[in-house]
Structures are given as structure tokens and as C-alpha cells.
Design a protein around this ligand. Structure first.
Ligand SMILES: Nc1ncnc2c1ncn2[C@@H]1O[C@H](COP(=O)(O)OP(=O)(O)OP(=O)(O)O)[C@@H](O)[C@H]1O
Ligand SMILES: [Mg+2]
Length: 360
């Protein structure tokens, strides 16, 4: 894996103004800011080679960029998987230091209604650009978080994309591809950024751990991977906050810092739910919740994962998972915690009855 340059030219600001006054972070921050920079930004991939995972996609985009055949792009997938980083790396590669003349970046924080498509985007796409020695004359319009664009704006964009294809490429980035109208999807080459698998998250974390000189135990590293669920941004954020909280990073420190229930606590809770009478089970879980500051919604989520792995009649399992899903749904509306804990214990009581009936 390549390294991340940290020597920084003090005269350059990390934020550059793009063609229409939008700011785009493409350069390394001044050295004074390096310490304060969140690790997600400090370790944002600078080039396409630095992007972890998605090798097929990144290699394809790299080849298209090299051959100057970049199509309109639609990158979609869950958060923290490297969509924005990839497109910024493409911009860096295409335009080098002149990117600010060649890019119009608009994200969800900007107004991107139909007026902006009609004026700002059209103006940018229709003006002649100078390459300043950069390889390509093609300009780039980055529409980050494009799923938040109104339908009208998306409809207006259809014609703009076609009209200015000669001089401008559009890159749409979003989490929910179904919120992009089919007509726009068909104008773009789609790439799906799946959640990173455990190996890639681990490798990338190890790179950061080495660069920062951290003391992380193997089980601690596993905990980051488990809690991140393939979201690299989440993994780096948890790593940084755990590092702030404790010098040596163990599994326990990670769970304590994030407030997530430890696997052994979940095992204990499931043991109570499956073996203790209703009242005792309710009391023990209330106590552990208080003592360790656990949220019921986290307990329900983890318990659900746990019961996938234990042996029980499928009828009982189906009903139990359905009950747990209902509890989670109600908790998301802020329903009373105690009542929902009662519902959790009740769900397990029903499952136990079915298990006993099935054994007879
Ligand atoms: N594939 C990856 N390789 C290396 N680092 C990554 C990768 N994906 C994400 N990261 C890390 O997570 C941070 C956020 O990534 P990025 O902004 O590219 O995510 P995204 O896919 O655009 O997410 P969102 O949909 O939330 O905008 C990056 O700064 C980087 O540190
Ligand atoms: Mg993004």
C-alpha cells in the first residue's frame, strides 16, 4: 500500500475554490492542522491506488481515465465505502493542480434545484475550458449526494448531460440509486461500492495504526472490524475516538468507548432470556443495562444476530425474529424502554414454550 504524504506546503490552503465558488478539499492541509484533522480526512485516499477494496471498479475507472475515455459516472453504495474519495482521486489525476478550474462540485449542502441545473451547471458546462497543460480538456461536474436532488432538477439534468457531453463529464454519487431517475441512470456507467470486507477494513486500519504508532491488541482490531460493518469512515472514527479515550486499545476499550454491548454480555443476556424465569430475566437485564450503560436497541440488534447462530426449531426462530423486529421498530419511535424490555422477555418466553412443545 502506498504512503500518504504529510509534509505540507504552508502556503497552500487545503480548500480550493472550484469554478463556481464551491470548495473542494483536494490538497493536504498545512502542517499545523494535521494534528487536528480527523483521521477520516487525514487518511483519505489521495490517489486511485490508495483506495482500498473495489479493485475492479477502481482499475476500470483508472484505465478509462488513462485512455481519456471517461464516461458519465454514477457511483452508488452505502456510506463510507470510498465513492467521494474515488472521484476526488480521479479529479486529482485528471487535472493535477488545475482541478479548481475544471471542476464544479455540488453536494447536498448546496442548492441544487432546477434553477441551479439551468444556470450554474449549464454555465459551467457550456463555457470553454483551457487545459493548462493538463491531459484532458474535459471538465467534470461532481454531483455528490445526488439522491437528494429534486426530481425536477434530475429531469432538467437529462438534456444538459447530453448537450454538453463533448466538453463535460458528469459524476453522480449517491447512497440510494433508486432515487435517481432511470433516464439519468441510463446516461451513466454505474458502479456499486459494496461495504468493504473484513480483510480490507483490517488492512486499512493496520496502515493507520502503524502510521499513528498505536498500541492495538488483535481482539481490539477485530472489534473495530465487527463494529464498522464495512463502513471505513466508521472504522476510522471509532479508532480515533478509542485512541482518545485510552492509550492501549483492547476489545473492551473499543466497546466501552462506543457504548456497544460486549459479545460476552450479549451471550450472558441470551443465557438469561433462554433459561431464567420471566421476572428474574427482566431484572438481570435491567441491572446490566444500568451498570454498563447499554441501550436496549443495541441489545435487541445483537441478540437477534446471536439467535441466528443457536439451534432452535425454525417456527420458534421465525416468530422470535419477527417479535424482535417489532421491538426494534417501536424503539425507533421512542417507545418506553421498560415496556419494550418486557416485550423482549415475552418474545423469548413464547419461543421457549414452542421449543418445549416441539421437544415433546
Ligand atoms: N475504499 C476505501 N479505501 C480507503 N479509505 C476509505 C475507503 N472508503 C472510505 N474510506 C475512508 O472513509 C472516509 C470517507 O470515505 P468517502 O467520503 O469516500 O465515503 P463515501 O463512499 O463517499 O460515503 P458517503 O456515501 O457517506 O458520502 C475517507 O476519508 C477514507 O478515510
Ligand atoms: Mg461521499
Amino acid at each position: 500500500m502506498s504512503s500518504y504524504p504529510m509534509e505540507i506546503d504552508d502556503s497552500s490552503s487545503p480548500e480550493k475554490t472550484t469554478a463556481k465558488g464551491k470548495t473542494l478539499i483536494l490538497e493536504d492541509p498545512p502542517s499545523g492542522q494535521v494534528k487536528a484533522t480527523p483521521w477520516v480526512e487525514k487518511y483519505r485516499p489521495q490517489s486511485l491506488a490508495d483506495v482500498a477494496a473495489h479493485r475492479d471498479i477502481v482499475d476500470t475507472i483508472d484505465r478509462l481515465t488513462n485512455e481519456n475515455k471517461l464516461p458519465h459516472l454514477l457511483l452508488y453504495g452505502p456510506p463510507g465505502t470510498g465513492k467521494t474519495s474515488t472521484i476526488l482521486a480521479v479529479a486529482r489525476k485528471l487535472y493535477g493542480t488545475h482541478y479548481h478550474n475544471m471542476i464544479l462540485e455540488l453536494n447536498a449542502s448546496d442548492d441544487r434545484g432546477i434553477d441551479v441545473v439551468r444556470q450554474q451547471i449549464q454555465d459551467f458546462a457550456s463555457t470553454q475550458s483551457f487545459s493548462f497543460g493538463a491531459k484532458s480538456l474535459v471538465k467534470l461536474v461532481l454531483l455528490d449526494e445526488a439522491d437528494a436532488m429534486t426530481k425536477d432538477a434530475q429531469f432538467a439534468l437529462r438534456r444538459v448531460i447530453e448537450k454538453y457531453t463533448k466538453s463535460t463529464r458528469f459524476a453522480l454519487i449517491c447512497n440510494h440509486v433508486n432515487k435517481i431517475i432511470p433516464a439519468l441512470q441510463s446516461r451513466c456507467t454505474r458502479f456499486r461500492f459494496a461495504p468493504l470486507n473484513a480483510t480490507h477494513v483490517k488492512e486499512r486500519l493496520q496502515h493507520v495504526i502503524k502510521a499513528e504508532g498505536l498500541d492495538v491488541s488483535d481482539s481490539g482490531l477485530e472489534a473495530f472490524v465487527r463494529l464498522s460493518n464495512g463502513d471505513m469512515r466508521k472504522a476510522l472514527n471509532i479508532l480515533q475516538s478509542t485512541h482518545m479515550a485510552s492509550q492501549t486499545i483492547t476489545e473492551e476499550a473499543v466497546y466501552l468507548c462506543t457504548g456497544n454491548p460486549m459479545p460476552k454480555d450479549i451471550e450472558q443476556i441470551c443465557f438469561w432470556l433462554l433459561n431464567e424465569p420471566f421476572a428474574a430475566s427482566f431484572r438481570y437485564i435491567s441491572e446490566i443495562k444500568m451498570k454498563k450503560g447499554l441501550a436496549l436497541v443495541d441489545i435487541v440488534r445483537e441478540v437477534t444476530m446471536f439467535i441466528f447462530n443457536i439451534k432452535m426449531p425454525s417456527d420458534a426462530r421465525v416468530q422470535l425474529i419477527n417479535d424482535l423486529a417489532d421491538i426494534e421498530y417501536r424503539l425507533s419511535f421512542g417507545c418506553n424502554d421498560k415496556l419494550q424490555l418486557g416485550a423482549l422477555v415475552t418474545g423469548f418466553s413464547h419461543a421457549r414454550c414452542s421449543m418445549v412443545a416441539a421437544a415433546k
